[in-house]
Design a protein around this ligand. Structure first.
Ligand SMILES: [Zn+2]
Length: 163
């Protein structure tokens, strides 16, 4: 902010407004002596509160889109993990020990409450000798994203596959 008369910098946080020759101007301390200093109007209390606050986009996707379109976690990974573990006659503790994860992590994966990240998925694949990642192209991925907002829940998928 600059003084409208002499061009000297005026503190942004505390500009001086002076009425000079009938008009109110932002001026420096020196130039304010030329006119009548105006009292700053009381700051409106609530006007600025929401400024700059956009509603946070909290929607998270577990799907990577353009950056890594080639491999995605299969839809019934939780079922596959459990099936493979039980086939090996391992407890969740056993599996957890083998991939160095807590039992609670295994439980959440097997109940579909948690989506393992790529690193964990690879560990599961290796330990259980199963495939949890499938190749997808962008079209399929988008179709899946669109349809996943409908009634296609994990539970439904599991029911279908178990038949
Ligand atoms: Zn000035």
């Amino acid at each position: 902010m600059e003084c409208e008369i002499c061009g000297k910098p005026v503190p942004e946080n505390n500009p001086i407004r002076a009425k000079i020759e009938g008009s109110v101007m932002v001026v420096c301390k020196e130039c304010s002596k030329l006119g009548t200093v105006q009292k700053a109007p009381p700051k409106p209390k609530y006007v600025k509160q929401n400024k700059g606050k956009k509603p946070a986009n909290t929607r998270k996707r577990n799907y990577s889109r353009n950056d890594e379109p080639s491999e995605e976690l299969i839809e019934d990974f939780s079922f596959e993990v459990r099936k493979a573990r039980e086939a090996k006659d391992w407890s969740r503790e056993d599996l957890g020990r083998k991939i160095n994860e807590r039992v609670s992590v295994i439980t959440r994966i097997e109940t579909g409450k948690m989506t393992p990240d790529t690193k964990l998925t690879k560990k599961l694949e290796k330990a259980l000798n199963i495939k949890l990642l499938e190749k997808v192209d962008n079209v399929d991925l988008n179709q899946f994203i669109n349809s996943s907002s409908g009634e296609r829940t994990l539970g439904n998928i599991m029911k279908i596959k178990r038949k």
